[in-house]
Write a protein that binds this ligand. Structure first.
Ligand code: F6P
Length: 334
């Protein structure tokens, strides 16, 4: 919605300048979201300040004026042109108060925060100090409860899936067991999706793992007796200990077992089409919210629709993995 359309609809905010930052772990598609924010702001006649290095840059007043041209030729690139950081000062009241004061002093009427759960908590703290913030979910982990989609998840999944296929080739040739650890912090979304997509024999995720390692060993031993030559275990970062697990499985089953930790490879790279488009829509929507008078909201994708909700409400929600996917995986992992 342009400013004029918002005005005609009777809803418009008196905002002139907005700022945008990316925070926490970078995610492919963040650049598309920045572009969506900047260009939609320009269309609405707003000034846009890019804040470098997330909240750290906010506290250092590391601002850069942005226009449509500052976001040319970035949509296809991973990472974030605004850089990112994890800012310890935003965990303390003093740092938050100073950040809110800086926004006020620089006449920033609305701040778009592109990031994950920790970044959202920083945004909520700023809102409590009187700032107007809009969150855009940017994390490969998919661990934000209010939304079914987060920027970067799709690209990270596809990258991890491809890596796992490669490990599978060499594991098959050597008739080995492979434990492949994927990212996700405390959440198992990447592990669950890849476990299904890569046809894994075992999927270990923090939300459902019972730490019964002997049961895994018994299943591998049984599959080996039944003639299975390749065993792929997808282990979520939140469980970890992939190297230790590999050693114990090898000792117990006599099967050569190796651990591969995919790591940061899954956080970089050119975003998929879905991440580019969804991130563009979400960035644009964040500005629409500010223009139409929205305060302290988060952009979400729920039940197949882009929407938004109150940031305080959003952060009260708890996320679980998609149980229907988990149940299906129970039938397919054999
Ligand atoms: O939140 C994204 C993520 O890649 C997690 O999956 C991982 O646990 C974490 O960031 C790693 O963070 P850092 O870049 O600080 O090592």
């Amino acid at each position: 919605m342009t400013r004029r359309m918002a005005f005609l609809k009777g809803k418009t905010a008196d905002i002139k300048t907005i700022a945008v930052l990316t925070s926490g772990g970078d995610a492919p598609g963040m650049n598309a979201a920045i572009r969506g924010v900047v260009r939609t702001a320009v269309v609405n006649g707003l000034k846009v300040k890019g804040i470098r290095r997330g909240y750290t840059g906010l506290l250092e007043e590391d601002f850069v004026d942005m226009d449509a041209r500052s976001t040319s030729d970035i949509i296809q690139h991973g990472g974030t042109i605004l850089y990112t950081a994890r800012c310890a000062e935003m965990m303390h009241d003093e740092g938050v108060a100073r950040a809110a004061e800086i926004l006020k002093k620089n006449n920033i009427d609305g701040l778009v925060v592109i990031g994950g759960d920790g970044s959202y908590r920083g945004a909520r703290a700023l809102a409590e100090k009187g700032a107007n913030v809009v969150g855009v979910p940017g994390t490969i982990d998919l661990d934000i409860a209010c939304t079914d989609y987060t920027i970067g998840f799709d690209t990270a999944l596809n990258t991890a899936m491809e890596c796992i296929d490669r490990v599978r080739d060499t594991s098959a040739s050597h008739e080995r067991c492979s434990i492949i650890e994927v990212m996700g912090r405390k959440a198992g979304h990447i592990a669950l999706w890849c476990g299904i997509a890569n046809g894994a024999e075992e999927i270990l995720i923090p939300e459902r793992y019972d730490y019964e390692e002997q049961a895994i060993i018994d299943r591998i031993a049984l599959r080996k007796r039944l003639g299975k030559r390749l065993h792929i275990i997808i282990n979520a970062e939140g469980i970890g200990d992939s190297n230790g697990m590999a050693k114990r499985i090898e000792e117990a089953t006599g099967l050569e077992t190796r651990a591969t930790i995919i790591g940061y490879i899954q956080r970089g790279g050119s975003p998929t089409c879905r991440d580019r488009v969804f991130a563009s829509v979400m960035g644009s929507k964040a500005v629409d919210i500010l223009v139409s008078g929205g305060k302290n909201r988060v952009v979400c994708y729920r039940e197949g629709k882009f929407t938004d909700m109150d940031i305080f409400e959003a952060l009260e929600m708890q996320k679980d993995i998609d149980n229907s996917l988990w149940e299906i995986s129970r039938k397919l992992c054999r």
